[in-house]
Design a binder for this molecule. Sequence first.
Ligand SMILES: O=C(O)CCC(=O)C(=O)O
Length: 281
Amino acid sequence: MNVRRILSLAQSGALLPYALGRFATVRKVYSRLNGLRYPLDRRTSRGPVNDPIFPAVDVVRAVQELREDAVAFRFDLPTPLVDEIHDFARRGLCKSSGFQGHRPFEEIASGQTIEGQRLAMAEVINPLGCDAIRRIVESEALRQTCMRYLGYQPPKADIRLFWSFVSNLSENERRQQFQTIDYHVDIHDFNFCYAHFYLTDTDALSGAHVMVRGSHTRKPLTWLIGSARKSDAQIASRYTSNDVLTIEGPAGTGFLEDTSCYHKALPPLERMRLLLQIRYH
Ligand SMILES: O=C(O)CCC(=O)C(=O)O
């Protein structure tokens, strides 16, 4: 890691989590302390969650899956919410490292600016302006599962709604635009739980999310220090192909993930992807 990166982590307050958040014991202690500050809501802790958005969610089972595999499924969105978010994203203004300021989605929908800059991704600004997104973020099933998993009521929820475009950018050009096409673990905080929702039909040719099951707790000791990134070859040398999950599914597919597991995004080759990502921490 270069000095610039260290300074930027220090400035954003993420240096300590970057250095220490990868150790399970540190995360456990952090959870306990946060549990005192943001105690679990005991009233609703055990019973079924009566959530109109996610009626199929069983919180106890989802927490168990997160603990074992780092991923929990069955958080699929109803079609009207998918349509509402998709519509919002198509009408929205976007920002991207590929251009300055904000631009309407329609102007960059081809994956290229009018000046010819090819784009890996663009983020829709002000996602909380969408009523459906606000309802999802506040949903009882998501909050309960994240709370149970983390051991405290997560005080923060960061939301990203972003397009990943089809383009012939090189891998390095994608990295320069911050597309996470390499396996990595997230380390911006000590503990977190992510919700991901595909808003477009997604498969291996349209930007599927790939993760290594169980790698949130099963990491070689030497990987706990140094870079958070790993190559495909390094992952293949440590985990079986059964551990590696390429998550495909129709628009609406939703899953929770502890992204201290190794994960990455496949670059879309045939169709663009729209993803809603909520980081509870
Ligand atoms: O876009 C994706 O599927 C992965 C996102 C990711 O790796 C991240 O936000 O850390």
